[in-house]
Write a new protein. Sequence first.
Length: 366
Amino acid sequence: MASVQLKQVTKIYDGKVTAIRNADLMIEDREFVVLVGPSGCGKSTLLRMIAGLEEISSGEILIDSKKVNTLPPKDRDIAMVFQNYALYPHMTVFDNMAFGLKLRKFPKNEIRTRVTEAARILDIEQYLDRKPKALSGGQRQRVALGRAIVRKPKVFLFDEPLSNLDAKLRVQMRIEINKLHHKLQTTMIYVTHDQIEAMTMGDKIVILKDGVIQQVDSPLNLYNEPINLFVAGFIGSPAMNFFLGRVEQNGELNFHSKLFNLNLPESLGQKLKDFRDKEVIMGVRPEHIHDISLSSGKSISKPQKIKVDVVEPIGNEIFVYFSDPENNYCLRMAPDILHQAGENIDVAVDLNRVYFFDPRTDKRLA
């Protein structure tokens, strides 16, 4: 088992394209850490640098407190699971799982013991004599996991391992990888572009944008306490709604946008004191905009009228979309009342669950 630490790690391609900029990150022993962000944000590059598959331009990478900048991948005591499984088609499942151990000259008895144990953990014992072409996508992914497990590495690295699977199988494999982490109690670093995958798997999530780490925190803290506009909009599905408007105070504290005119509680006065008569961005998650007929409580705003554009019933809840001339917005409702496109309805905002951001810096107003 091992910790992984990055100190001011930077990756520059061809002397001009910066893929990772000054990354500082501490991953504790036995933690399950997920690197997440949009395509091109640098998450896979960061993982490959930890693995030793990419050289770093500057900074330090430490595994188990040992600097590994110049160590080749085989000497870092890590195991990597790839997106495309990377199985040898001419070998059986057993031989695929045993291949790395054979290269390292492990005794035959130990190889068989390790492969059999990993196959039992992954429930693929019955497939050991088959070749990859005779397996489903989920079974191939288990073989790839097994090949990593038999190594008994200090750190497991996963590079979008579920992206080739269908939606149902992705959910099943998510659960299996979580179970695996609890069984093995080892350090795991997992890359995905899917924020739901990140929220359901990670002890800690690292959010990247344009090669820069934006925020590192637990899933719930990221959801409830986003540090900036990007994190707030990236975490959560459907995404947080953002309304550009002005803060005014004529006796009462108010927020005015194209759609909403809200009287704000005085508890927000200190937070917004430097933004009176200025523009701010208000963020509200879809579940915190309510149909007024179903709402009650002191924190609920006065009714705000919206026109329904699209209704998406998905069984246990309903997504209602509305818009202004520039943006689309969403509210999440229980399936009790089914509104229709074109209908005007009154909604209320939960004023205890609104966020405000500086439109010049994108930072959340603390």
